[in-house]
Write a protein that binds this ligand. Structure first.
Ligand SMILES: C[S@@+](CC[C@H](N)C(=O)[O-])C[C@H]1O[C@@H](n2cnc3c(N)ncnc32)[C@H](O)[C@@H]1O
Length: 311
């Protein structure tokens, strides 16, 4: 079954990458090739490497990209291994890198993937379906302390401990196997006042468990260390985030890379004494979706694009 994906901040990301027709580019999060297909159209003499850890994403995107050109390669891998994977192909420097973080609409909408708290599905949430860590494993095997930390840290869930306690009590009777088993635990742990609030009560819990299942924070940290080193002079790294947790990490990393230690609060220096940072922020503030995009795709509401350039 084919599920649609609407590429978020598409024109802004394409412009932000400042594409050269003969440049070498990397899409770290292929998804359904929404961004990649438009990049490929604009680099007839260049090359595009596309990563995704989800086999289905690669399968569904290949045909779409083949209609545009042959100057691309799909790599099934977590983007935390991008540097090694590119080195295997003798690529050590590129003109631009795009990352559109998180899950895709097809992953959210396909009931067999277990990402949704609105449908009763197998408790899975893996982007990489060959990984042994499922949401069921996390819920049934992690200690109450670990569960509570994950819910607090990755979901900003203030009822973290109560929900963790409920999960542990529930699994003592029988293991959690479906998304609704987890939703039930959340609902039992929350007060009537909390439950009456706007938005689904399990949203933050699902976000937190999904991040843990896919070790998203570790992969993002690794990518932020590696990707800037892959850029040629003038090359750009564009990152789209959907969660404030990720945006904060990207913002801090970009700020550190574009600032020279001591340059902001040190003594006054002559211009040629000031060390120039290796990177520059292309925009001080994140780029947000336009009104038109928000109207067309409500899932773009929390998207933020930040761009870094290698000097
Ligand atoms: C938001 S979607 C990207 C959508 C894509 N830009 C498009 O327009 O079709 C994110 C995709 O990145 C993949 N992904 C997320 N984290 C990843 C990681 N650490 N390594 C590899 N792929 C990842 C997911 O499997 C998903 O397919």
């Amino acid at each position: 079954m084919k599920y649609e994906h609407y590429p978020v901040l598409l024109s802004e990301a394409l412009e932000g990458l400042s594409l050269k027709p003969d440049g070498v580019y990397v899409d770290l999060t292929l998804g359904r090739a929404g961004h990649s297909s438009e990049i490929l159209k604009r680099i007839p003499n260049g090359y595009l490497y596309c990563f995704d850890q989800d086999e289905e994403a690669l399968k569904q995107s290949r045909e779409r990209l083949e209609k545009i050109g042959t100057n691309f390669e799909l790599i099934q891998s977590n983007f935390e291994h991008a540097t090694e994977e590119l080195a295997k192909r003798n690529v050590t420097k590129v003109d631009g890198i795009l990352a559109d973080l998180g899950v895709s609409s097809p992953q959210l909408d396909d009931p067999s993937r277990g990402f949704s708290y609105r449908e009763n599905e197998t408790l899975d949430m893996r982007m990489d379906q060959s990984s042994p860590r499922t949401a069921a494993k996390v819920c049934n095997e992690y200690s109450i302390e670990e569960l509570s930390r994950i819910l607090r840290q990755y979901g900003d869930e203030k009822d973290a401990y109560r929900i963790a306690k409920e999960i542990v009590a529930r699994r003592a009777i029988s293991p959690l196997t479906t998304t609704f088993d987890l939703v039930e635990c959340v609902k039992k742990a929350k007060t009537a006042k909390e439950l009456s609030k706007k938005g689904h009560p399990a949203k933050q819990t699902f976000q937190a468990i999904r991040i843990e299942v896919n070790h998203e924070e570790e992969a993002l940290q690794k990518m932020l260390q590696d990707a800037p080193k892959l850029l040629k002079e003038g090359g750009r790294l564009a990152i789209i985030t959907f969660m404030s947790l990720d945006d904060r990490v990207v913002k801090d990393a970009f700020r550190a890379l574009s600032t020279v230690e001591g340059s902001r609060h040190g003594p006054v220096l002559l211009p040629d004494q000031i060390a120039k940072p290796e990177f520059a922020l292309v925009n001080r503030k994140p780029i947000l979706p336009s009104e038109a995009e928000l109207h067309e795709n409500h899932r773009s509401a929390s998207a933020k694009l930040r761009i870094l350039e290698k000097r």
